[in-house]
Ligand binder design. Structure first.
Ligand code: GLU
Length: 448
């Protein structure tokens, strides 16, 4: 027996943007395809003519690109199984419907085509995540009063229904592994009945766990951001969202929580996906996002922080990339979101923001002479403007002048950053440069 490589698909309906649930499904399909060297197909399920739009389709594609999920075949990447929009595949739906009609397994009524749900047939499948599932055919599709409900496959307007089109497409596109949200488990028996009526082998099904909000309710619009782009605006990195979504229902056997895309591809196993509902925990997302930022090379991180500085009214274009990357490096991993990193580091780009926050009013006239003396000597006499040299200079100075680190370092931090907390004050001073430190101290009348 030859083991087929997985051909998987993500099949969004372009009736909205790429939301978190869709991104999760897309990600797991992508991981499985990339892990196995299989093929990832993107199919646009646009049979709902009224609600489907080109704009939504575009935003789904853009959302996937933002997440770094590339596909091997799709509407913009024709392969040998196209077209990749259901609206282009109408002939197939007709052909198989005619076959079902000819074999007496479907019938026409009121201009629609119905698939006749048989009675007394046990439908079984082994879901790769949920395990063995079985249901009697008469329970697979029922009316409200409990009687068997035949399945509409072609509507009066000639359009195929979801449960039918999905079977025809997955079959004609040679999809052998269907990975999708658990909300489709209920549809699977109906789809299996159609496969069987056509004499076709159903694919392997793997349904992903339900995603819950922190309140343990099923994810919905109430749980904040829906589109993946909202996550970008809220300060999350594609790598952060990728890593976080991968952990919803899966984790590497080692228990490792922070991983790169390459590591995720390497470690991912469909068999280790759990059916336990996964909770969308924003604290976890913040943590994962921060860890991903810590792992980023500063120049790369600069690429994502820059637009947030600009949005805040700062002017990153007036500084060199090396200066800004080095400023981000100085931040030492502080900040959980790109927004926080941009805010926490604002004083590296502007003294105005410092002045707005800090007025030095707590520096009494008694304290001022000592501070002026120290800052004057530090900026003039400390030979090298490095954190190490400044620290040695300061320690010697406070010993000789009966002062303390706290006494001299706290006002220095305030004058340089306008903040109570920051990275090490000498690191900040080194990054700002001797001249800029003198300017800032001078503004507060703190240079002797
Ligand atoms: N268009 C369907 C959806 O968005 C696809 C479901 C499936 O993967 O079968 O839910």
């Amino acid at each position: 027996m030859t083991i087929e490589k997985p051909r998987v698909r993500f099949a969004p309906s372009p009736t909205g943007t790429l939301h978190i649930g869709g991104a999760h499904t897309a990600l797991f399909n992508w991981l499985w395809a990339r892990h196995t060297g299989g093929t990832f197909v993107l199919r646009i399920e646009d049979t709902d003519r009224e609600r489907s739009t080109k704009e939504f389709e575009q935003s789904i594609l853009d959302g996937m690109r933002w997440m770094g999920l590339d596909w091997d075949e799709g509407p913009d990447k024709e392969g040998s199984y196209g077209p990749y929009r259901q609206s282009g595949r109408m002939e197939n739906y007709k052909k198989y419907a005619d076959q079902l009609l000819a074999s007496g397994l479907a019938y026409e009524q009121d201009g629609a085509v119905f698939f006749k749900v048989p009675e007394g047939k046990l439908i079984t499948f082994d879901d790769a995540v949920y395990g063995h599932i079985e249901v009697m055919s008469e329970k697979a599709s029922v009316n409200q009063d409990g009687t068997i409900k035949d399945i509409v496959i072609i509507k009066k307007d000639g359009m195929p229904t979801y449960n039918y089109a999905v079977v025809i497409d997955d079959h004609t596109m040679d999809i052998n592994t269907v990975i999708r949200g658990e909300d489709h488990i209920i549809n699977t028996p109906k789809q299996i009945l159609i496969y069987q009526a056509l004499g076709l082998e159903p694919p392997t099904f793997a349904h992903l766990p339900m995603i819950l909000g922190k309140d343990k309710k099923k994810l919905s619009k109430r749980h904040g951001a829906t589109s993946v782009f909202d996550y970008n605006d809220m300060g999350y990195l594609p790598d952060g969202v990728f890593n976080f979504l991968a952990l919803l229902g899966w984790s590497p056997r080692s228990g490792q929580e922070i991983f790169s895309r390459e590591e995720a591809v390497e470690l991912f196993e469909l068999s280790s996906v759990t059916k336990k509902p996964a909770v969308l925990d924003m604290d976890k997302l913040n943590f994962v996002n921060q860890e991903q930022m810590k792992r980023m090379e500063p120049h790369k991180l600069l690429g994502v922080i820059r637009p947030f500085w600009t949005k805040m009214g700062l002017k990153p274009e007036t500084f060199s990339d090396d200066y800004l990357a080095s400023a981000l490096h100085t931040m030492g991993g502080r900040g959980q979101t790109t927004i926080e990193v941009a805010e926490y580091s604002d004083y590296f780009l502007s003294f105005d923001v410092v002045r707005e926050r800090y007025d030095a009013s707590e520096i009494t006239e008694e304290k001022r002479p000592l501070l002026k003396k120290f800052y004057g000597e530090l900026t003039e006499k400390c030979a090298e403007w490095t954190p190490e040299a400044m620290e040695i200079f300061t320690k010697e100075w406070i010993a000789a002048n009966e002062s303390s680190m706290k006494e001299v370092a706290l006002p220095l931090r305030w004058a340089l950053t306008g903040r109570k907390v920051s990275p090490g004050v000498f690191e900040v001073a080194a990054q700002l440069g001797r001249e800029e430190c003198k300017n800032r101290l001078n503004y507060y009348n703190l240079l002797g």
